[in-house]
Each structure stands twice: as structure tokens, then as C-alpha cells.
Ligand binder design. Structure first.
Ligand code: ATP
Ligand code: MG
Length: 428
């Protein structure tokens, strides 16, 4: 036998037993976003490498070590998208969806990052992302947070996701703060963990979310970003928290919350759960007013977030919040023996699908005795098996056998099968 080729580490197959859970979550999100007037956009999975370098930032974890970058056959450097915001801005700008208007967009799909695979962290993972353009006030920031809170509610997660909120101000405010932070932290030299020592030179704000206990202790007395915020960012943040208070959305202001991507400014936030261990951030985002211009467009304010589908699904499963009926059994299984009966089986099945919308009708294929077909009918979870043999066909009837009760098999005229089944399936 030839050696089998396996999937790439950290890239998961989503198997038939799992897809109903994905569809359940996707349907919830889709319906919610629709009800808020968000439009779906679909972008390619591959973009020019420069798009991510220029947006996410050269000295971020993603660009430094996590991107899947390769040369196209003509020598262009391409990258599998590690996130959706850059591509969304690129697409929206390219097609004139941003200039002089407002837009509420969303997308979903796979993202790729070369990270160490572990629970809730994969190399191919899926996000649902939302991006809003052309609105600079805190109202749209609030809307994004309100709609996510409503999503948690509709999934039963309201007590399991906490909102962490911060303002990281304008680029100038961060620059002044960065200087103060570097001055303070520089004195600790080798007491900082190696990662933070390196970041001191490249991306010092990221040190704020270091998990290292000694670095954490050092950070306790560090200057606070809050003290460096510009007045406009402060006012924006104050109005945002006011809107959240009025809407009854609880949050915790976390002055150490910075995000791992360079394009954010002013509002940043994360929804975090305690129920997933280290990979607890299920949704993250913020305002990125500078990005459209940075990517060559006319300046336009923007704000958005992305949620991690795998983490949300893990959370729903851990908390046993996936409704039992998402897996959807078959309703009717149509068995047939002999060619005339098989022809009839297709016709009856089609009729039933027309007459009973939403019901799952499986037409047996692959031959075999009635006994083996009935076993398959049973395994399909169907409530009813239809039986079509030579006799049934010549007499113009169908055998109807309930599979989940002791009721006896009955014979029904061909013309009234749909009506008969509608009645039998009513309570299912
Ligand atoms: P983390 O701090 O957990 O690495 P991040 O800041 O890199 O997250 P974002 O770029 O903000 O994550 O992506 C938004 C969301 O996408 C995250 O909150 C998380 O739910 C999900 N996510 C990010 N990276 C992965 C991954 N490698 N595997 C699974 N989900 C991920
Ligand atoms: Mg990350």
C-alpha cells in the first residue's frame, strides 16, 4: 500500500458531525448582522504580501513570523491572508465603497497563521469579521459592541463573555507614551523576559500584554497610557462608555489592553471568556482611522472586529450550549427493489421534497436486499421508511413503515403518500 498523505499540522478538517454546529453558529451571526443592516463582502484568500506588511505592521508577531508567504510563478510575493481587515479595506477601496459614504460590511472565511497549534489556536482558522467605514463617532463603536453582546445572548453566552475595553489614543499620543514606557522599562534591562527585551526596541506597547510574571510585576509601576491620551480620544472614549452604560452592556476598562496589529487607534476591545483556558479571546477589534489612507485611499474613519469561529464553537460545546436538534436527522428513507421500483422511488422522493419543504428525504441508492436497506433507513435516523417493491409499483401503492414507534406498517395509495406523511411527521 502507498503511504497516506495527511493534512497539514494545525489545519483541521471539519467533519460531517461538526458542520451542523458551524452552520448553526453561522446562521445566528448571519441573521443578526442582517438585522443590523450589514452587507456581506467576499475577498480572495491570497493578497499581495505588501498589503499585510503595510497594514498589520512590520514588527508585529503576524508579519515577523506567522505569515504564509510564497512567490507566485511570475515572482510576485503573495501571502495567505492572516486576517481579513486589510483585504476588506483593499477591496472596498478598490471598488469605491468607502469614499464619501458609510458602509457596514462583514465577511467570513479561513485565515492562516504559522503559530504553534494548540487548543483554540490553529494554522488555518476561521473568522467572522465586521468592518464599518466612514463613521468617526463613538456611536458606531457602541453599535459593534451592542450587536456582539446581542449575539452572545442569542447563543446563551451572555454570562461567559466579558468585554475588556481601552483607548490607545492617536498615533502622537502613543508615540509620547512609547517614549515614556521605553524610558521606564529600559532601566530593568535583563529583568524583562527575552521577548519583552526584544520588543523594547521594536514594539514596546506589546510588552503591556506580556504573560511573564516578572515583567508583569515590573509593569505595575509603569507609566499608564491613560495619562498620555489626547483630549479627543478621551472624549470619544467617554462617550462610548456612556452609550454602553445606557445600553446596559457591562465592560471593564483595561488600561493595559493594546492590540497586536499596528493599525489600531482610539477604541480597542476584546471579548474574553474564562472557560477556554489560555486561548480566551473570542472576539477582538477596534478603531483604525488611519488604515484606509495608509493603504493609498482618501482618509476615512473605520472600526471593526473579528471573532474566532473555532474558539466560539469550542466554547459552545464546552458549555453544552449547542441545541440537540442542529444535527438534523433524516425524516423519510425511501427503499426500493428492482428497476421499476427504483424509478418510482425517485419520483415519490421528489414529490415529497416538494410537498414537505424542510424535510429530509433520502432515496436509497446502492442496491441490496430490503433487509439491508431497512438497516440503513434505521441508521439514518428517519422517522419513516417507504417501501417500494414490484407489487407496490404494479398496485399503485407505497408501504409506509414507522421506524420510531411500534405502529404497524400500512399501505397507502401512491397519490396520498405526501398527505399521509405530513400527518405522521407533524409532531416531529
Ligand atoms: P491571540 O492573542 O489569541 O493570539 P490575536 O490578537 O492574534 O489573538 P486577532 O488577530 O485579533 O487575534 O484575531 C481575532 C480573533 O481571531 C481572536 O480573538 C481569536 O478568537 C481568533 N484567532 C486569532 N488567531 C487564531 C488562531 N491561530 N487560531 C484560532 N483562532 C484565532
Ligand atoms: Mg495571535
Amino acid at each position: 500500500m502507498l503511504a497516506k498523505i495527511q493534512a497539514i499540522r494545525g489545519m483541521n478538517d471539519i467533519l460531517p458531525e461538526q458542520t451542523p454546529v458551524w452552520q448553526f453558529l453561522e446562521a445566528k451571526v448571519r441573521a443578526l448582522l442582517r438585522s443590523y443592516g450589514y452587507q456581506e463582502i467576499r475577498m480572495p484568500v491570497v493578497e499581495q504580501t505588501d498589503l499585510f506588511r503595510r497594514s498589520i505592521g512590520e514588527v508585529t508577531d503576524i508579519v515577523e513570523k506567522e505569515m504564509y508567504t510564497f512567490d507566485d510563478r511570475n515572482g510576485d510575493s503573495l501571502t495567505l491572508r492572516p486576517e481579513g481587515t486589510a483585504g476588506c479595506v483593499r477591496a472596498a477601496e478598490e471598488h469605491g465603497l468607502i469614499f464619501n459614504q458609510t458602509r457596514r460590511l462583514w465577511y467570513t472565511g479561513p485565515m492562516f497563521r504559522h503559530e504553534r497549534p494548540q487548543k483554540g489556536r490553529y494554522r488555518q482558522f476561521h473568522q467572522i469579521g465586521v468592518e464599518c467605514f466612514g463613521m468617526d463617532g463613538p456611536d458606531i463603536d457602541a453599535e459593534l459592541l451592542i450587536l456582539t453582546a446581542r449575539l452572545w445572548q442569542s447563543l446563551g453566552l451572555q454570562d461567559h463573555a466579558h468585554l475588556e475595553l481601552n483607548s490607545i489614543g492617536t498615533a502622537e499620543a502613543r508615540k509620547a507614551y512609547r517614549q515614556a514606557l521605553v524610558e521606564y522599562l529600559g532601566a530593568f534591562g535583563a529583568d524583562l523576559d527575552p521577548d519583552s527585551q526584544r520588543r523594547l526596541l521594536t514594539n514596546p506597547l506589546r510588552i503591556l500584554d506580556s504573560k511573564n510574571p516578572e515583567t508583569q510585576r515590573i509593569l505595575e509601576k509603569a507609566p499608564s497610557l491613560e495619562d498620555y491620551l489626547d483630549d479627543e480620544s478621551k472624549a470619544h472614549f467617554g462617550q462610548l462608555t456612556g452609550l454602553l452604560d445606557a445600553a446596559g452592556i457591562p465592560y471593564r476598562v483595561n488600561p493595559r489592553l493594546v492590540r497586536g496589529l499596528d493599525y489600531y487607534g482610539k477604541t480597542v476591545f476584546e471579548w474574553v471568556t474564562e472557560s477556554l483556558g489560555a486561548q480566551g479571546t473570542i472576539c477582538a477589534g477596534g478603531r483604525y482611522d488611519g488604515l484606509v489612507e495608509q493603504l493609498g485611499g482618501r482618509p476615512a474613519p473605520a472600526v471593526g472586529f473579528a471573532m474566532g469561529m473555532e474558539r466560539l464553537i469550542l466554547l459552545l460545546e464546552t458549555l453544552e450550549l449547542v441545541p440537540g436538534d442542529v444535527h438534523g436527522n433524516a425524516d423519510v428513507y425511501v427503499t426500493a427493489l428492482g428497476e421499476p421500483a427504483i424509478r418510482e422511488a425517485f419520483a415519490v422522493s421528489d414529490e415529497l421534497r416538494q410537498a414537505l419543504p424542510g424535510r429530509v428525504v433520502i432515496t436509497h441508492c446502492g442496491g441490496g436486499s430490503f433487509k439491508s436497506q431497512m438497516k440503513k433507513a434505521d441508521r439514518s435516523g428517519a422517522a419513516i421508511a417507504l417501501i417500494l417493491g414490484e407489487n407496490e409499483v404494479s398496485e399503485g401503492v407505497v408501504g409506509v413503515k414507522p421506524l420510531r414507534s411500534d405502529d404497524a406498517q400500512i399501505t397507502v395509495p401512491r397519490g396520498s403518500v405526501a398527505e399521509q406523511l405530513a400527518g405522521m411527521l407533524r409532531d416531529r
